[in-house]
Design a protein around this ligand. Sequence first.
Ligand code: AR6
Length: 207
Amino acid sequence: EIPTLTLLYTTNRLAPSDTNQSNATSTYNDKISLIRTDITKLQTAAIVNAANESLLGGGGVDGAIHRAAGPSLLEECETLNGCATGDAKITAAYDLPCDKVIHAVGPVYARAKRAGAHTRLLQSCYTRSLDLAVEHGCRSVAFSALSTGVYGYPSVEAAEAAIGAVKGWLDADGERSAKIERIVFCSFLEKDERAYEEFIPQFFPPA
Ligand code: AR6
């Protein structure tokens, strides 16, 4: 079964125990959802790629997104002049079912931690991505678990930073956050899904 945004909208507050099977979806409030699936299948307006500073592709979710989007995505990325760590750039989505791809460059955990910059850099990926989504009229955004693969960011720490950044962004400006209808945390591995399940209810307590 291919999870779609329709599924995200119709599934209402599954208990965490119902989300053990892959592709299960939890909706925590009117804006925040958790899903465990291949992000290239999602029909949100934008998906957020875990890219590197070159923006020229790689392994992990970046490789999956470039494969599913087709070669035109790389052609557009080649025009962007790369992207700094902690920042993001937006492209068309080509053969993907979403409308836009936001390429965020998360920190390499070990290196950024030595500089005491890991949390700030990871969080700015999330807030910059949401800014770009609003600028480009994307009303729904699905995030991959930035930096938690090759870049070595521990899942629990990453989930806390990511969800905290999104919560802070939503709270900071009501007019701006009203332009986003849905934010999906798309995990791929069970360890990341469990980390989100721990922190989403802390930052977004049920009404
Ligand atoms: N859909 C959703 N999530 C996925 C998918 C997928 N198809 N595939 C993997 N993940 P990673 P990073 C999850 O390594 O740590 C690349 O080479 C994965 O389980 O893709 O930010 C880039 O070009 C993990 O939770 O990205 C960079 O060089 C998350 O995506 C470097 O890796 C991120 O893991 C970036 O490393």
